[in-house]
Design a protein around this ligand. Structure first.
Ligand code: E4P
Length: 217
């Protein structure tokens, strides 16, 4: 399973990249706004800055909702860097645009996916990635990981090539469970990635090893 970081914060992207286990980045308009970025030029420069840090797929989301607008915006985003993946919402014109991007060699991430039916449509349109939002599903009393499992089963059975990118990750356990049920990619906040490191027995064991090592000096 690949690890993407789900943030537009450059310091966090650098920190995750320096771990050596980062395979890409996802952003969305809310994450970009959180960084205080204003205006098209600044947004574009920020995507460029991210691409300069991580030489791997970087999802940049369109804000148009009509076919012509999505295609025009996506084409421009794709010129920023060869690693840009155009992130398109799961709407009717979004599906049409994903098919257009697929036919024109531009990679896509179909976002705001909350059902297996939506994931089937994204795959039929040739999306590079499909992003089911598991944390938001959990928030509404459904099981987000169960959706990843269902999509994984369908994609394997139907031999769809679209990669399942588990999004809206809230904790380290989400990452482990997504790996168990066959997600191809997990896009996570830095805290959830670092949460995988934590185990009290590791800390206790290391403290004892260091204590014994010191006693031999
Ligand atoms: C990533 O592609 C999604 O936009 C993101 O994971 C959504 O996460 P949230 O539900 O925590 O906002």
């Amino acid at each position: 399973m690949k690890f993407f970081i789900d943030t537009a914060n450059l310091a966090q992207i650098k920190e995750a990249n320096e771990l050596g286990i980062l395979d890409g980045v996802t952003t969305n308009p809310s994450l970009m706004a959180k960084e205080g970025i204003k205006g098209n030029d600044a947004v574009w420069q920020h995507y460029k800055d991210i691409c300069d840090i991580v030489h791997a797929p970087v999802s940049a989301e369109v804000i148009s909702t009509d076919f012509a607008g999505i295609v025009e915006e996506g084409k421009k985003l794709a010129t920023i860097d060869p690693n840009i993946v155009v992130k398109v919402p799961m709407i009717k014109d979004g599906i049409k645009a994903i098919k257009w991007f697929t036919d024109n060699g531009i990679k896509t991430n179909c976002t705001l996916v909350f059902s297996a039916g939506q994931a089937i449509l994204a795959a039929k349109a040739g999306a590079t990635y499909v992003s089911p939002f598991i944390g938001r599903i959990d928030d509404s009393s459904w099981d987000g990981v169960e959706l990843i499992s269902q999509i994984s089963h369908i994609y394997r059975l139907q031999q769809f090539k679209t990669e399942i990118l588990a999004a809206s990750i809230r904790n380290a356990l989400h990452i482990v469970r997504c790996a168990e049920v066959g997600a191809d990619v997990c896009t996570c906040p830095l805290d959830s990635i670092l949460g995988l490191l934590k185990h009290p027995l590791t800390d206790i064991g290391l403290a004892k090893f260091l204590e014994d090592a010191n006693s031999m000096k």
